[in-house]
Design a protein around this ligand. Structure first.
Ligand code: HEC
Ligand code: HEC
Length: 219
């Protein structure tokens, strides 16, 4: 009787346990896989990129509450993710997760995502167009353009679209740009050790207003 029970359990376990164990092992492997290595893999494999894009589109439904459908955010204080550079997005997620970039809500959210969700989200948002708006006065915008061309072009590029490690700022939300530039200038610790701190130290409040007007209006 005992033996029969043991055999039955053994038989059931043989049927039930292996797939579950295999699934858990796979989930663990995916969660722990190095972000950069997995990202490179996705860049060289179209089918993998396709799958991760679909994962990312699902994740984005949660993010849409703040970052908007397709990553053009619903509030001027929340950054657009649409059109953002993939490596920059990935680096920000790493910084939220390890506490170098501080925002309580985003830190928790990013820590709950596995590598494939992060990379999928990056692939999804990078491919979305920025829905773009202009509201500032032409005079302020022109002043901002002059400042931008003197100081910011060197890294963010003439079109404000940055590169691998440098953020796209063109078309970014105005309140978010203003808050971020003040944080960098005042070195509040929200984004510790950024190269942006020495590059904003000379800015007056009026310079910031002008640059925000210009940058948020860039296509
Ligand atoms: C409740 C609102 C809210 C939700 C939901 C939300 N975010 Fe955010 N997110 C923010 C805010 C606010 C910031 C700006 C944080 C700061 O700099 O203080 C931000 C910043 C970011 C940034 C940095 C952008 C940049 O330009 O540097 C990334 C990346 C990001 N969020 C990804 C996500 C992802 C992925 C999701 C969904 C899984 C998500 N967010 C959901 C509010 C939200
Ligand atoms: C020496 C290179 C360099 C210069 C010059 C520079 N930036 Fe940056 N900027 C960066 C890098 C790198 C980042 C990536 C974020 C980080 O490390 O904090 C960044 C990030 C930003 C962000 C945050 C983007 C986001 O999505 O959160 C804004 C806004 C910004 N820069 C605006 C400017 C403006 C405006 C100027 C000119 C006054 C400027 N930058 C000059 C390198 C530079």
């Amino acid at each position: 009787m005992l033996l029969r029970t043991a055999l039955t359990i053994g038989w059931m376990a043989a049927l039930v346990v292996p797939p579950v164990v295999a699934q858990q092992a796979k989930a663990r492997a995916t969660a722990n896989v190095d972000l950069d290595a997995r990202f490179k893999e996705a860049q060289t494999s179209a089918p993998l990129a396709d799958n991760l894009y679909k994962v990312g589109r699902k994740v984005a439904a949660v993010c849409a509450h703040c970052h908007g459908e397709g990553g053009t955010s619903i509030k001027p204080s929340i950054p657009n993710l649409a059109g953002q550079n993939p490596a920059y997005l990935l680096e920000q997620m790493r910084q939220f997760a390890d506490g170098r970039r501080r925002n309580e809500f985003m830190e928790g959210m990013i820590r709950a995502m596995n590598s494939d969700e992060k990379i999928g989200m990056v692939l999804f948002y990078a491919a979305q167009p920025v829905a773009h708006q202009t509201t500032a006065s032409p005079a302020l915008t022109a002043k901002g353009q002059a400042y931008f061309e003197k100081t910011c072009v060197r890294c963010h590029g003439a079109a404000g679209r940055g590169n691998e490690q440098i953020a796209r700022i063109a078309g970014q939300q105005p309140d978010y740009l203003r808050m971020t530039l003040h944080r960098y200038r005042e070195d509040t610790g929200a984004r510790a050790g950024s190269i942006m701190t020495p590059n904003t130290r000379q800015m007056s409040d009026a310079d910031i207003e002008a640059v925000v007007a210009y940058v948020s209006s860039m296509p």
